[in-house]
Design a protein around this ligand. Structure first.
Ligand SMILES: O=C(O)C1=C[C@@H](OP(=O)(O)O)[C@@H](O)[C@H](O)C1
Ligand SMILES: C=C(OP(=O)(O)O)C(=O)O
Length: 431
């Protein structure tokens, strides 16, 4: 691989890639643990945390809210002095860049405070939905406004505690609205009951929220169809030592690498029992013909001949781009369904993925809720990444099998995985 400031040309590998790797900490778990630790009674130590833009903006925002977060061990250990549900800062302007988790979780958390808080981000964040979360918080008695066009950020909260009660929350746009409300709910002045409208997307992330809350000592009760979720007030998170798993979405690039090169790659410290739904990406690879071994503390994928599949990826939508690239190397079409919500992420991920796959020689049918990839004769191309870390990481894989693939703006991986290209190169070298 030769590096240039604004692009990287990928070098195809000579044969199967074998090896083992521990990806950085889970973004989703790090940002949940930070919220719970920040509100807790007492200090928490989070180990194995992710050090990246999405966690930097979360940490910086908590510090601006008056919560001490001490960072050590190259960002992997975070010591958080919990505020016991009393947010110290009476005003703050929080810059959230393009971190959806931080924007949605901190909007809900800020309502527990007493003061004026404003949350804003980069231009794309001002296009990402938050109106449904704002409207639920209003139903719970909060004075809050989305100031951007189409009820997008910036968000202004004039908080005097979170009153609570009953609210409806839309589930079919982003599960992060619900997760944010749930994590704030133990600190409301009354119990909170949330009625989820529309079919809830990204359900594994809601399960993750409930499990992280439980680890910190607070409970949320959901009906089996997630139509209604209740949280009693008066519960308190307590400061704990909390170990964060490696990021399963980041692991998908390594599982895919094994699949498309016929290699054997082990991802350490992840298992079937992970809090992260994205480990199920391996089931897609297994359906395509790879073999997957789930160990007690690792997952290994061995590549094989790959077939096209038809798969509902609603619960594991951060891996749609990874699977789209794997699909280029299958012997038939792959259809990925039920992921209309990924049009609201770092970019419109259905449109962007379809466009870049076509540049590589694939035929792609795009539907409102997904895409079908028909593999074709592959050719090199300069890949636009739309400031979306997952475009860069996924399409880099295509360049390990096809000459002439250039990844533009590879630095965008810093959102969740700043060291991605270095880790990938090390794994390929066998170092
Ligand atoms: O709660 C979370 O940690 C996340 C939920 C998902 O978003 P949606 O619920 O918007 O699909 C996912 O795409 C995102 O990367 C992280
Ligand atoms: C969608 C993502 O992030 P977020 O919504 O947290 O910005 C992602 O990491 O793929």
């Amino acid at each position: 691989m030769s590096a240039a400031p604004d692009s990287i040309e990928m070098t195809p590998v000579a044969g199967p890639v074998n090896g083992s790797i521990r990806p950085p900490g889970s973004k989703s778990i790090t940002n949940r643990a930070l919220i719970c630790a920040a509100l807790a009674d007492g200090a928490s130590t989070l180990t194995g945390a992710l050090e990246s833009e999405d966690t930097h903006v979360m940490i910086a925002a908590l510090q601006q809210l008056g919560i001490a977060v001490e960072v050590s061990d190259h960002g992997r250990t975070l010591r958080v002095a919990g505020c016991g549900g009393k947010i110290p800062a009476k005003s703050a302007e929080l810059f959230i860049a393009n971190s959806g988790t931080s924007m949605r979780f901190l909007t809900a958390m800020a309502t527990i405070g007493h003061g004026a808080y404003k949350l804003d981000g980069i231009a794309r964040m001002r296009e990402r939905p938050i109106g449904d979360l704002v409207s639920s918080l209003r139903q719970l008695g909060v004075q809050i406004e989305a100031l951007g066009a189409n009820e997008c950020p910036p968000v202004a909260v004039t908080a005097s505690g979170l009153p609570g009660g009953e609210a409806s929350i839309r589930g079919d746009v982003s599960s992060q609205f619900l997760s944010g409300l749930l994590m704030a709910a133990p600190y409301a002045q009354q119990p909170i009951t949330l009625k989820v409208s529309g079919t809830l997307v990204s359900i594994p992330y809601v399960d993750m929220t409930i499990k992280v809350m439980e680890s910190f000592g607070a409970a949320a009760t959901a009906t089996s169809d997630y139509a209604k979720i209740s949280v009693s007030n008066g519960q308190q998170y307590r400061g704990i030592e909390y170990a964060i798993e490696p990021d399963a979405s980041a692991a998908s690039y390594y599982f895919a690498l094994a699949a498309i090169t016929g290699g054997r790659i082990t991802v350490e410290n992840l298992s079937r029992a992970s809090l992260q739904g994205d480990v199920e990406f391996c089931d897609c690879l297994a359906q395509m013909g790879a073999s997957v071994e789930y160990g007690p503390d690792s997952i290994t994928v061995q590549g094989g001949k790959l077939h096209g599949i038809d798969v509902d990826m609603n619960g594991i939508s951060d891996t749609v781009q990874t699977l789209s690239v794997v699909a280029l190397f299958a012997d038939g079409p792959t259809r990925m369904r039920n992921v209309a919500h990924i049009r609201h992420k770092e970019t419109d991920r259905i449109g962007a993925t379809a466009c870049e796959l076509r540049k590589l020689g694939a035929t792609v049918d795009e539907t409102e809720d997904g895409l079908t990839v028909h593999p074709g004769t592959l050719r090199g191309a300069a890949i636009d990444t739309y400031n979306d870390h997952r475009m860069a990481m996924s399409f880099a894989l295509a360049g390990l099998r096809t000459p002439g693939v250039v990844i533009r703006n590879p630095g965008c991986t810093s959102k969740t995985y700043p060291e991605f290209f270095e880790d990938l190169a090390r794994l390929i070298r066998g170092a």
